[in-house]
Design a protein around this ligand. Structure first.
Ligand SMILES: Nc1nc2c(c(=O)[nH]1)N[C@H]1C(S)=C(S)[C@@H](COP(=O)(O)O)O[C@H]1N2
Ligand SMILES: [Mo]
Length: 262
């Protein structure tokens, strides 16, 4: 009876988990065997009374054999469980490999982009952006005539077209709340660092024009002309003045390669 129950449990679990045809054959044989055993048990009951001590000993041996058979069945059940577990692990492993394969491909496509600058660090969405990517961001475009003051008092007005840096970091790169500063790194190693409040600020001034208000921008066009790719990466950070007398021109960064949010 115990055997029969075990076989039933096995049969049900096989049906549920869908095992190979080899396993089904095994169960088929076991089924027949268990039917024979239950018939034998009926006959045994009738003969019980006339049994000699020797016969009883023999029967005990048989019972031990039957228990052994039961143990074998339990072993088979365990084996099937293990097989199901292995199959699950295999499929999970395969799914993981597919995922990492995908991220490998995405990584390659970022690295393969030519004349691109990256935005990385404390952002939800690290980006690799080329000129076309920036140009397509119509929602964060900024055009302005920026006044510049250099160390030795040289002044100029330059028309720039680009994207608003804070909006780029906030809306496109999804900058994290914990960000405290932004490093702008050029391909020649020139670097400027801005505190997050400086990047957020949208009202930099022109000391010669009271009405002027500027955000920091990443420009790709200067006085109506795009940068020549022969001169390096075509992105320039441009910033107005914090106050009258602010020497802003050295803070501009040509050929931006990386923006690292920290
Ligand atoms: N990548 C890079 N950007 C840079 C520099 C530099 O050496 N490398 N020099 C800065 C300084 S000191 C000045 S005055 C301005 C000069 O800007 P211009 O090249 O447009 O004249 O760029 C700034 N940006
Ligand atoms: Mo300079």
């Amino acid at each position: 009876m115990r055997k029969f129950l075990l076989v039933m449990i096995l049969a049900i679990s096989m049906a549920l988990f869908g095992c190979s045809s080899k396993d089904n054959e095994e169960i088929g044989d076991l089924d027949k065997e268990s039917i024979n055993i239950s018939v034998d048990n009926e006959d045994d009951k009738l003969e019980d009374i006339e049994k000699s001590e020797d016969e009883k000993d023999l029967e005990e041996d048989q019972e031990i054999d039957e228990i052994k058979d039961g143990e074998e069945l339990e072993e088979i059940a365990k084996e099937i469980e293990d097989k199901i577990e292995d199959a699950k692990e295999d499929s999970e492993k395969a799914a993981g490999e597919i995922e990492s394969g995908k991220s490998e491909v995405i990584k390659e496509s970022i690295e393969d982009k030519h004349n691109a600058m990256s935005i990385e660090g404390k952002v939800g969405k690290p980006l690799s952006l080329d000129l076309d990517d920036l140009k397509s961001m119509n929602d964060i475009l900024f055009k302005g005539n920026f006044y510049s003051l250099n160390n030795f008092g040289t002044t100029a007005y330059t028309e720039f077209k680009g994207v608003n840096l804070w909006k780029l970091l906030d809306l496109k790169a999804e900058i994290l709340d914990e960000a405290s500063k932004v490093r702008i790194i050029a391909s020649d190693g020139y670097e400027m660092e801005f505190a997050i409040d400086q990047v957020k600020k949208q009202d930099y001034i022109d000391e010669t024009d009271e009405t002027a208000k500027f955000p920091i921008i990443i420009a790709w066009e200067e006085n109506g002309e795009e940068y020549d790719l022969d001169d390096g990466l075509p992105f320039k950070l441009v910033i107005g003045q914090k106050e009258a007398g602010d020497i802003n021109k050295p803070q501009w960064v040509s050929n931006i390669q990386k923006i690292i949010v920290e």
